[in-house]
Design a protein around this ligand. Structure first.
Ligand SMILES: Cc1cc2nc3c(=O)[nH]c(=O)nc-3n(C[C@H](O)[C@H](O)[C@H](O)COP(=O)(O)OP(=O)(O)OC[C@H]3O[C@@H](n4cnc5c(N)ncnc54)[C@H](O)[C@@H]3O)c2cc1C
Length: 459
């Protein structure tokens, strides 16, 4: 791995005094991995406290052609933070201030290292809602969420992180600070540079501050668990809910294999051998939620649910959603090793995708779990296997490839919310085509001509 130029290191030391600069491998080691479990050792880690420090770093790194790897909490699962060629990891741990929460403008301004749940709670304390809600909200950051365009269960009703960003302050290679967007909820003046940076996986610039859109916090919420004898009935029930004009906040799908796996962890309310389950959440005013819960029950009834369970208080809702949170653990009933993907298909193709993914598993003698965000067609796919058995890891890889091929053939995408990073890189061109990837690289070349920002990731 190339070492950092001595003069560059000296500049780093004066720009990042004390423990804001780490260079000893024992200290930098943990900054080389993320939730993908890939690892590479960075040459240095810096912990800036201001946008000006980041801009100066990017001026120096641009001049010396030193790779720069932005890092939030390292919870991405695609190798997005791994410092492939050494360089400098830039942690947002000390850029963690909430600058403003305005109930007048319905806007929050936050630095990138703010943990998402902290922003959600601070907004809720003022009667406001920051809507994006990745399952990792308690341990991922606003900067990471923006860079991956994080989704989550509430995306059915509220969309993804991209839909809630109004403006950004971004430090660019060369040292320029770019301010995009505004505090306005509507703003169509010029190209939308704000959203260009959202989902760019740290490859274009370093997000130093974000202006985010807020809503009034809904007064109430409620949930419904509906379990069906057959998978087709569950999918039909989901269609009936939308056809009845109900827009759930969340709509999750759990197939038979997942229900059986969860039953293996402890007592479950549904009958043994159930075909599939749907979990709905709705929110709004107390009156609207109560009325919508009745409409929801009526809407799924023609699909003959074998079990219905509703939750009206936060405690009841927490209990009802507990099995959904335990899926990751339940998956290991089917094998000690897991290859994970998060595909998305057009919503009308979800049933077809789930059936054909199951067939791929059968053909290769593996259990593949396809479950998750039915409401927006985003499925989590876990290929369960035992890598210690001869040939099984190879078969799991084959299964993963067959699932991604299938996804593309159904008009879907190789990632609904986790991003491309390092691990999905070989698939991007197969899905988007050479022309689009070339255009992406041209955009990068315009903003980052020496390719110092998170090289080797995304596209
Ligand atoms: C248990 C678990 C549950 C999860 N659930 C969800 C989910 O429901 N929905 C979902 O979408 N994802 C989910 N994820 C994935 C992950 O949490 C998200 O991708 C999250 O947005 C990453 O945030 P982070 O702070 O950890 O970012 P990191 O992993 O540190 O970084 C992610 C990417 O953003 C870049 N980056 C970080 N900060 C900046 C910055 N300031 N400027 C420029 N680039 C930057 C990094 O270089 C990297 O490419 C889950 C992960 C785990 C482990």
């Amino acid at each position: 791995m190339p070492e950092l130029p001595k003069s560059f290191l000296r500049s780093l030391a004066s720009l990042f005094p004390g423990d804001a600069l780490l260079t000893a491998p024992a200290e930098t080691l943990i900054f080389g991995a993320d939730a993908s479990r890939r690892h590479a050792l960075p040459c240095a880690v810096v912990r800036p406290e201001s946008a000006e420090q980041v801009a100066e770093l990017l001026r120096l790194a641009h001049a010396e052609r030193v790779p720069v790897y932005p890092r939030g909490r390292g919870t991405n699962v695609v190798g997005g933070c791994v410092p492939l060629s050494g360089g400098v990891v830039v942690s947002t741990a000390r850029l963690n201030r909430i600058q403003d929460i305005s109930g007048e403008d319905f806007v929050a301004v936050a630095e990138p290292g703010v943990v998402t749940a902290e922003l959600q709670e601070a907004c809720a304390g003022k009667g406001l809602l920051y809507a994006p809600d990745p399952a990792s909200a308690k341990f991922s950051t606003i900067g990471g969420n923006l860079s991956q365009n994080a989704g989550g269960m509430r995306a059915v009703k509220y969309g993804t992180t991209r839909d809630w960003v109004l403006g950004l302050t971004v430090a660019l290679p060369g040292g320029r600070i770019l301010k995009t967007g505004s505090r306005c909820h509507k703003d169509v003046a010029g190209l939308d540079l704000t959203r260009l940076f959202v989902g760019s996986e740290g490859t274009l610039g370093f997000i130093c501050e974000a202006t985010l859109k807020l809503l009034p916090k809904p007064e109430a919420s409620a949930s419904l668990l509906a379990v069906f004898a057959a998978e087709e009935d569950a999918l039909a029930a989901a269609r009936m809910v939308f056809a009845a004009g109900i827009l759930p906040t969340a709509l999750e799908f759990m197939p038979a294999e997942v229900l059986a796996g969860l039953a293996g962890l402890g007592p479950v309310p549904w009958p043994k051998g159930s075909g599939a389950a749907l979990l709905f959440r709705i929110d709004g005013s107390a009156e609207a939620v109560s009325a919508d819960l009745s409409r929801l029950r009526r809407a799924v009834t023609p699909a003959r649910p074998a079990h219905l369970d509703e939750a009206r208080t936060p405690k009841e809702e927490e209990n009802l959603w507990e099995p959904r949170r335990q899926i990751s653990q339940a998956a290991f009933t089917f094998g000690p090793d897991k290859l994970s993907d998060d595909i998305a298909v057009p919503r009308g193709q979800v049933g077809q995708a789930v059936r054909r993914i199951r067939e791929i598993g059968r053909e290769l003698g593996l259990t593949i779990l396809a479950f998750g965000h039915l409401g927006d067609g985003n499925l989590h796919v876990n290929v369960m296997h035992d890598a210690a058995l001869p040939g099984e890891a190879e078969r799991a890889l084959k299964a993963k490839e067959a699932v991604l091929e299938l996804t593309i053939s159904l008009g879907g995408t190789i990632s609904g919310e986790h991003g491309v990073g390092l691990t999905k890189l070989p698939w991007l061109e197969r899905m988007r085509g050479a022309g689009q990837v070339e255009a992406m690289r041209a955009v990068k070349a315009a903003l980052d001509p020496h390719g110092i920002m998170n090289p080797g990731k995304g596209y």
